[in-house]
Design a protein around this ligand. Structure first.
Ligand code: AMP
Length: 200
């Protein structure tokens, strides 16, 4: 089964994608994680887009995604988290694979801003915390590996604004294209998961 999760920044789509992928033994493909983990020459170029809240150019993103989809763990199906972001990407995806279900986890803008402004990420293992809803046990230290926590450059106010603008102008247009199922993202993680599972 191939699934897409849409949702504005901070909607919890990454959290849900991780949980459901594990349960259904699907590959979880977060294109944000993919581009953030790029090394070498390409990293500088990619960071210049990400840090300002802009999208990585389609051609580059599609190349990275196609490479990832060719891995063995995608044979049983996958959950896309962060792709496609616009119509160009959606059309490319339609050419190479069939999508069975898509969901939009929906939250209002002020909730996105609140959640992202409070988000802290681990420099070492990538664990994510939230100073309001899921604070680390020790201030600015990761619970799992004790490394330092930091605020992602694109979780700062100006970049958040830009990311939400792109979501509204480009990504939300895809919801109709895929006949996406809307889920209320203001509920607890457990209830959002339950709602999604009812449709799978
Ligand atoms: P995310 O963690 O999904 O919010 O993605 C973080 C950043 O990675 C985005 O703001 C973009 O700069 C880049 N990115 C992730 N997915 C895509 C995509 N499908 N197309 C273009 N850029 C992307």
């Amino acid at each position: 089964m191939n699934i897409i999760f849409f949702g504005p920044q901070g909607s919890g789509k990454g959290t849900q994608a991780k949980i459901i992928a594990k349960e259904l033994q699907l590959a979880h493909i977060s294109t944000g994680d993919l581009v953030r983990s790029t090394k070498g020459e390409l990293k500088k170029e990619i960071d210049s887009y990400i840090n300002k809240g802009n999208l990585v150019p389609d051609e580059l993103m599609i190349r990275i995604l196609k490479e990832r989809l060719s891995h063995e763990d995608c044979k049983n199906g996958f959950i896309l988290d962060g792709f496609p972001r616009n119509l160009v990407q959606a059309r490319e995806l339609d050419k190479i694979t069939k999508i069975d279900k898509t969901f939009e986890i929906s939250i209002p803008d002020d909730e996105s801003i609140k959640r992202l402004s409070a988000r802290l990420s681990c420099k070492n293992c990538g664990s994510v915390f939230n100073t309001i809803t899921n604070p680390p046990k020790q201030k600015d230290k990761c619970d799992s590996c004790q490394s330092e926590l930091f605020q992602r450059e694109d979780d700062k106010p100006k970049a958040i604004e830009k990311r939400l603008e792109i979501y509204k102008e480009q990504t939300s247009k895809l919801l109709k294209h895929y006949n996406s199922i809307k889920i209320n993202g203001l509920q607890s993680i457990e209830l959002v998961k339950k709602d999604i599972e009812e449709f799978i």
